[in-house]
Design a protein around this ligand. Structure first.
Ligand code: TXA
Ligand code: MG
Length: 334
């Protein structure tokens, strides 16, 4: 199939994207986090198309994007107090809530599980599409399964050109890493649990709820344990990725090069960077966690495109505000 490139700044192109979506087609569009691959969430056939285009295992459920609390509530059988509080604090925005699924949600979206993941995106293009379509949209990150998430339309094209109906280009994503995924107890009997660290940090969520939250699926909950965002190797570039303590980047890069691989360097500070041989591809990301996250996936893709088979990544601080980036680095280097 030919993948059309649509321009988010043109209303006629947004109309066309909405028309395609309503017809059950696959359209990638920008959200504030990363580009999503959208399809009608309540149309099982459309949703199956997402899995086929991405090469995604059917066991990995999708996030459903809606316009607001009313639409979210319509897709779940429970709306605990925590959901209301978190929605008021963080929606629209990069927080995904996992709640008991409503009857309208197809098995294809939930991977057969008892819960549905819901989020209200803040990106104006995502919102314009939701408004025009008037229906919830399932949208995983618009990359081939197991590859790095896309933060530009070009990234989407390089993974999915010829496999989806259209890409809406709305420029680079501001956040750069995926939403935070939080499981909520429908009965409010136990605290929420962080299933995927993301754009909204644990501390902000705990502040809003005035309570500590858990991590990972509850051990008794086999269904939540199926959340494949937790699978080890998930956000991976093509090459080998090696985490290196600050100041050792140059030594490690040289050692990696001795194995005959083309080596890339992803730095965060200036320590030792000037000693990296000019023949190595070397990128440097900002030292603050938000700036780093914004450029992270694009940097991995850029090094990959330059043919790097091994990437030495300067390690990041072990503090809470780096939790989401640390999670992505751990997975990509495992
Ligand atoms: O920022 C984001 O969340 C982006 C944009 C496009 O919205 N979407 C995204 O989707 O990252 P995806 O499919 O790449 O990641 C969704 C994550 C996966 O880890 C999946 O396992 C988890 O959410 N998930 C989805 N439904 C779930 C459910 N019912 N229970 C537990 N985890 C779920
Ligand atoms: Mg993904």
């Amino acid at each position: 199939m030919r993948t059309r490139l649509l321009d988010a700044s043109r209303p006629a192109d947004l109309d066309e994207a909405a028309r395609l979506l309503r017809a059950g087609k696959l359209v990638a569009f920008p959200t504030e986090t990363v580009y999503g691959l959208g399809a009608l969430a309540l149309d099982p056939l459309a949703v199956r198309g997402i899995y086929a285009a991405k090469g995604r295992p059917a066991s990995n459920p999708l996030i459903v994007h809606v316009r607001g609390v009313a639409e979210a509530r319509a897709l779940s059988t429970a709306w605990p107090g925590e959901a209301q509080l978190l929605a008021e604090s963080f929606w629209p925005g990069p927080l995904t809530l996992v709640l008991p699924r409503g009857a309208a949600v197809p098995d294809e979206v939930t991977a057969g599980g008892p819960t549905v993941a819901l989020r209200v995106p803040s990106h104006p293009v995502a919102r314009a599409l939701l408004d025009r379509v008037g229906e919830p949209l399932a949208a995983p990150s618009a990359n081939r399964a197991e590859h790095v998430s896309p933060t530009t339309a070009a990234h989407v094209g390089s993974d999915l050109d010829g496999r989806i109906d259209a890409i809406v280009d709305g420029g680079p994503c501001a956040v750069g890493i995926e939403s935070t995924v939080l499981w909520l107890d429908p009965a409010s009997a136990s605290p929420p649990r962080l299933l995927r660290a993301g754009a909204i940090g644990r501390a902000k969520i705990e502040q809003a709820l005035k309570t500590r939250i858990g991590t990972g699926p509850a051990s008794h909950d086999a269904a939540v344990a199926a959340s494949p965002g937790l699978h080890a190797r998930h956000y991976a570039p093509a090459g080998l990725l090696r985490l290196v303590p600050e100041g050792r980047i140059e030594k490690t890069a040289r050692a990696l090069a001795q194995t005959g691989r083309r080596v890339g360097v992803l730095a965060r500070t200036w320590a030792g960077v000037e000693d990296v041989p000019a023949s190595f591809a070397c990128l440097r990301l900002p030292e603050d966690p938000e700036g780093y996250a914004r450029g992270f996936y694009a940097a991995l893709r850029a090094l990959e495109e330059q043919g790097c088979e091994a990437i030495a990544v300067e390690d990041i601080p072990a503090t809470g505000e780096w939790e989401a980036v640390a999670d992505r680095l751990r997975r990509a280097s495992s």
